[in-house]
Design a protein around this ligand. Structure first.
Ligand SMILES: Cc1cc2nc3c(=O)[nH]c(=O)nc-3n(C[C@H](O)[C@H](O)[C@H](O)COP(=O)(O)OP(=O)(O)OC[C@H]3O[C@@H](n4cnc5c(N)ncnc54)[C@H](O)[C@@H]3O)c2cc1C
Length: 415
């Protein structure tokens, strides 16, 4: 086992960190206040090849699965809101890549990112009021009308909602079939009937636009159904006949692979808060702080550092398993996101306690990291839902192991 980063990974980490220091940190507080879309930062990320097709290619050819993790930790160290503004289009890209035909992938992925200096954005719209964790109960409908699909419904809390050039919408074609009656549709921004609803005024990650996406008799061509009509009809037929498709376990496996990336973002915030607090307390101690007070600081800082390291190990392991094609049947991906999200929230709170009253002012950067941390316990599966997934996967894995062991005992021993 070797936990060291390669020279290339160190070079990549340094590039991402330099971007965070030079481009993100100087403007993070301004965008946090104004909640404007940070177009200049998104543009700079493209110039640095930290977004767009170059970046997708780098992620696709990452041998150990760590490049994406390093990128997320460093950019979220810079500013979690700006990091999501730069990266939210990749949610749409992932939706297209996982469900689209090769022709759809070639056509629509560039439309989610743009090519060269031409910046485009994508959004991935699943959540509705009353259907967040419980995605089986989506109410947005897609009905076929001749050569078109007609979409109706309202998506809420959508990153890049209303400003995306392409929105991938998950809608139900047959509500009776729950998640098996759903499909994904590509909706370009000029499609008739799509509009932006309320833009959210958020607690944290305020540089990333979050808004409702309203679909009122929104018409799109038949070809915009990801995966195509034949595939959908077969899937619906199987669902109606009660035959298992294995789709849900496929979706779960995909989530296990994407969750470490979100966990890495949470780690970036926790690390930023930890590093800042350490320096702040050192500066404060220069005038002479009593030994007992210094030891109290050290106790807390050591706990925070240890928690960050443990979360990072879970994140790295899950990312490596995902890239190596090892099934995360024990919920390792969910564990990594759960732990990192909880560590970010706990660390920012604990460090604020240590710093004291100054941490309650907007002058103190801990205040922003504390607000930014919360979302990591909510999106991409809430902390509570991660626990359900982990406990179910653990139970299945342990029962499987015990059953195999019991069967092995019953086998006659070879002579
Ligand atoms: C800033 C931001 C950006 C987002 N970006 C996107 C995006 O780009 N695209 C998108 O589709 N969505 C997005 N979302 C939505 C996000 O994915 C949902 O908020 C999340 O899935 C939780 O759903 P919910 O808010 O409806 O909460 P609910 O599912 O209603 O849950 C409410 C509470 O109940 C708990 N709970 C729910 N079910 C259970 C259970 N069975 N057992 C125990 N506890 C349970 C939850 O953990 C939570 O604490 C975003 C949200 C935010 C805040």
């Amino acid at each position: 086992m070797d936990f060291r980063l390669s020279d290339e990974q160190i070079e990549w980490r340094d590039l991402c960190h330099r971007f965070a220091v030079e481009v993100m940190r100087p403007v993070a507080a301004d965008y946090d206040r104004s909640q404007e879309v940070p177009w200049p930062v998104i543009g700079e990320a493209r110039k640095w090849k930290l977004s767009g097709l170059d970046w997708i290619q780098k992620m696709a050819t990452d041998n150990d699965g760590l490049d994406g993790i390093i990128y997320q930790e460093e950019l979220n160290w810079g500013c979690a809101g700006l990091a999501l503004a730069i990266g939210a289009s990749s949610l749409a890209v992932a939706g297209i890549a996982s469900s689209g035909t090769p022709d759809q992938i070639a056509k629509w992925i560039p439309e989610c990112m743009g090519i060269g200096d031409d910046i485009k954005l994508g959004a991935y719209a699943v959540t509705e009021a009353g259907a967040g964790s419980d995605v089986a109960s989506l109410r947005t409908t897609a009905k076929r009308d001749g050569d078109e699909w007609v979409l109706n419904g309202t998506k809420v809390f959508i990153s890049n909602g209303g400003i995306a050039d392409v929105t991938v919408v998950v809608a139900t074609v047959d509500p009776k079939l729950g998640h098996r009656g759903q499909a994904s549709f590509v909706v370009p921004k000029d499609a008739p009937g799509i509009s932006q609803g309320k833009k959210e005024d958020k607690l944290g990650i305020r540089a990333s636009q979050t808004a409702e996406v309203v679909l009122e008799d929104c018409r799109i061509p038949l070809d915009n159904l990801l995966g195509g009509l034949d595939k959908l009809e077969k899937k619906l037929e199987r669902a109606r006949s009660g035959e298992s498709t294995g789709r849900q376990s496929g979706a779960l496996a995909t989530f296990e692979m994407t969750r470490p990336l979100v966990g890495a973002g949470a780690l970036g915030i926790a690390r930023a808060a930890y590093e800042w607090t350490m320096e702040h307390l050192e500066d404060k101690s220069e005038g002479g702080t009593p030994v007992l007070e210094l030891q109290r600081y050290q106790q807390v800082l050591a706990d925070v550092a240890t928690e960050i390291e443990s979360a990072r190990l879970l994140v790295w392991r899950a990312a490596w398993m995902g890239r190596a094609g090892l099934p995360m049947t024990g919920g390792q991906g969910s564990m990594s996101k759960l732990k990192a999200g909880d560590v970010a929230m706990w660390a920012t709170t604990t460090l604020m306690d240590l710093v004291g009253d100054y941490s309650q002012t907007t002058e103190c950067p801990l205040e922003k990291w504390f607000r930014d941390a919360k979302i990591f316990q909510i999106f991409e599966g809430t902390a509570q839902v991660q626990r359900l997934v982990i406990s179910r996967m653990q139970r299945e894995e342990i029962q499987g192991r015990l059953k195999a062991a019991a069967e092995a005992v019953q086998q006659p021993v070879a002579a």
